[in-house]
Write a protein that binds this ligand. Structure first.
Ligand code: ADP
Ligand code: MG
Length: 528
């Protein structure tokens, strides 16, 4: 391979790049980066809002994902271009920070790039664009603060927030409203004294029933079946042991088989084995456990004996599930049955096993130690439950964001109209060409209401004009999706609310990515 780096030849600095290296500079670098960023954004634009369409993504191996979720689409798309990859990161950051608004953030980033391209063509210097964008983003944050509703974040508000995030998502045959109630109930129940904790809420999906069968389970659900067919399928007021070991004959006894030289010795070895096996079941019964979760294998004879004692045992339980069990029931994990004591046991109001098609699920409800809850998501097929799970995840995140991260703002594009309006009115006092960049930022923010209008089937230009007029006269105006069409009205009256944190994060991450891309004037890649 040839060397890269700087060398001197005849006093002239010279870059020697790898022969495969490619270099794009100046305007070319900018426009190709911007084009790539915009192209990625275009791919998610039509999914925005309640009337947004879904995408079907097919992987190399033929796996199909059908989704409306911006972050999922971008994640599945396998994007290679480095600038385009930065838009994907916008969606990822948005997902990590607030859990929703991924399409909004990437559409905004793409539009900021489009506006930057126009500014560059008009000879506005990239650093002026960057400064102007940062100043405008600051103004946007001010506008968001001013839009935060002065209301109690009560259940009704939270249900509206959850429903707004799920409307138009693949919720199967069930109305987003009913699911929103389940989501809010989950957040309300999952408390550990210090407020709501997102970690305490799990989602478990299972195909084979209508989405309306989705329910809240006060505990955890794990994919396990009892080791023995005769074990009880339900235990009330269960006392629970968690054992991180095998309940099998230890190696040394198996070796003994090869060393026996007489029938007596063989019988003795078998007896020792039997004894060891029954000591497991006896110890478990003696300590008072009636449900056992085991990480390793459970010998059939141990299973049979436990079953005779009326004890339910699950084997091969993975580490995460064991942790969930200990967390919710208060049991401690023990490394062997010999050390199992009453102190190590946990409690739950109910442990039951239910069959769903080929699978069996164990429900551990009313655990003594924590208020962990699980949303048991049902749907006709795996594709439905997968998308439902994503919608529920978004809804849980927005409810937690509204509760813990600074309230709610009107949705349906109303907050964006207010942001653009505020930026435009402040732009007048900004000197020089930076003013152009600030105004362009406001124009970029319009892409959200414009896209909502487009996806609802309205004329986007007329809708924007009407929206601004309505905002001027009424203070709040959004594009509400009503049945087949859109109406321009106050989103609060329709319960269309988004967490303020989603808007704040979208402005921040979109600005960051767009300014970063605009500032690049040289792309050097080591292999073409
Ligand atoms: P994102 O990935 O950005 O969350 P969504 O497809 O979830 O994208 O769309 C979110 C946008 O849809 C928000 O601006 C929200 O206010 C808006 N929205 C939600 N419900 C409605 C509704 N009933 N009418 C109009 N807009 C709505
Ligand atoms: Mg959303």
């Amino acid at each position: 391979m040839s060397q890269s780096g700087q060398r001197r030849m005849g006093g002239q600095p010279l870059f020697i790049l790898d022969e495969d290296a490619q270099r794009t500079q100046g305007d070319d670098a900018q426009s190709s980066n911007i084009a790539a960023g915009k192209a990625v954004t275009e791919s998610v634009r039509t999914t925005l809002g309640p009337r947004g369409m879904d995408k079907m993504l097919v992987s190399d191996s033929g796996d199909v994902v059908i989704t409306n979720d911006g972050a999922t689409i971008l994640d599945e798309m396998d994007i290679e271009h480095p600038a385009a990859q930065m838009i994907v990161e916008v969606a990822e950051t948005q997902e990590e920070e607030v859990g929703d608004g991924t399409t909004t953030a990437s559409v905004l980033a793409g539009q900021l790039l489009t506006q930057a391209e126009d500014l560059l063509e008009d000879d506005v210097h990239p650093t002026t664009i960057v400064e102007g964008y940062h100043e405008a983003a600051q103004l946007a944050q001010e506008a968001i603060d001013a839009e935060v509703l002065d209301v109690d974040i009560d259940d009704e508000t939270l249900i509206s927030v959850a429903e707004s995030s799920m409307t138009g998502k693949g919720t199967g045959d069930v109305e987003a409203g009913a699911l929103a109630e389940t989501v809010v109930a989950a957040v309300r129940q999952a408390t550990d004294g210090s407020g709501s904790t997102r970690d305490q809420i799990a989602i478990r999906s299972q195909a084979g029933a209508s989405s309306s069968a989705t329910e809240l389970v006060e505990g955890i659900i794990i994919e396990e079946e009892p080791v023995h067919g005769n074990m009880p399928s339900s235990v009330a007021d269960a006392t629970i042991a968690v054992i991180d070991a095998d309940l099998e004959v230890r190696e040394s006894n198996i070796d003994a088989e090869y060393n026996v030289s007489s029938v007596d010795q063989l019988n003795a070895a078998i007896e020792a084995e039997e004894e060891e096996l029954s000591s497991y079941a006896e110890a478990i019964a003696a300590v008072g456990a009636d449900v056992v979760f085991v990480s390793g294998d459970v010998d059939d004879r141990v299973g049979a004996q436990l079953s005779k004692e009326g004890i339910v045992a699950f084997d091969g339980v993975d580490s995460d599930e064991l942790q969930d069990v200990t967390h919710t029931t208060g049991a401690s994990r023990v490394g062997s049955v010999d050390t199992l004591e009453a102190d190590d046991l946990g409690e739950a109001e109910d442990v039951s096993v239910q069959k769903y098609g080929d699978e069996e699920l164990a429900f551990v409800q009313g655990g003594a130690s924590s208020e962990t809850v699980t949303i048991f998501a049902r749907g006709g097929t795996d594709h439905v439950t997968d998308e439902l799970e994503r919608a529920l995840n978004d809804a849980l995140d927005v409810v937690v964001a509204a509760l813990d991260k600074g309230g709610v703002v009107p949705g349906a594009g109303a907050t964006e109209i207010a942001i653009a309006d505020h930026i435009r009115s402040e732009a007048a006092s900004i000197e020089g060409r930076k003013q152009l960049a600030v105004e362009s930022f406001a124009d970029a923010v319009d892409v959200i209401p414009r896209t909502l209008a487009e996806n609802t089937g309205m004329d986007p230009i007329d809708a924007l004009v009407d929206l601004r007029a309505e905002h001027e006269s009424e203070g709040i105006a959004g594009i509400i999706s009503e049945g087949q069409t859109g109406v321009i009205d106050d989103p609060i009256d329709y319960g269309v609310l988004d967490p303020a944190a989603v808007k704040r994060e979208a402005v921040e991450s979109a600005t960051e990515a767009a300014t970063m891309i605009a500032r690049i004037d040289d792309v050097i890649s080591s292999d073409a």
